[in-house]
Design a protein around this ligand. Sequence first.
Ligand code: GAR
Length: 189
Amino acid sequence: MKKIVMFASGNGSNVENIIRYFKNNSNVSVVGIFSNNQHAKVLERGKNHGILSESFTKTELNNDLFLKKIEDLNPDLIILAGFLLKFPDAILNAFPNKVINIHPALLPKYGGKGMYGNHVHQAILENKEAETGITIHFVNENYDEGELILQQKISIKDCTTFEEIAAKVHELEHEHFPAVIEKLLTHSI
Ligand code: GAR
């Protein structure tokens, strides 16, 4: 049995999509969902699926007790799916090559601190980009800089609002993220 833990800060449509993808797979179990926002919809989504779903403060995140909690869950993969805080080095060091992130653009463009969610799509719209996409990558100590796992592009020539771009990017994320996770868990990438 492979175990996954997910971190998210808001809505959690990716988390929901990943839970549903593995729901009937007896080899993969979502063992925890964590959020820095106690009101985040993602926690409600997790609880609705009967999964341990908890919030933490920024101080708790960087505390040894939190690291111990994650170690006790013993995940094979830690997934950041719309998680907006810097991920603690202590957890990265305890789980080398086991923490991955999804970014809603084609890194290294539109990455780094402050570049998340709709800020990314707004910047892309302002710059009149003809295409955007998604990046799935390993997490290291710097924002959006870890080793690349997968990138997928889409044309946004017909998009006139950032909401339209966001919708297209979410669709792409939902299509690819669970399959990448499955491949990582079975060591086929
Ligand atoms: C996703 O588009 C994800 O790529 C992005 O936040 C969104 C969360 O959506 N992540 C970042 O911007 C991280 N830098 P969701 O809550 O509906 O899954």
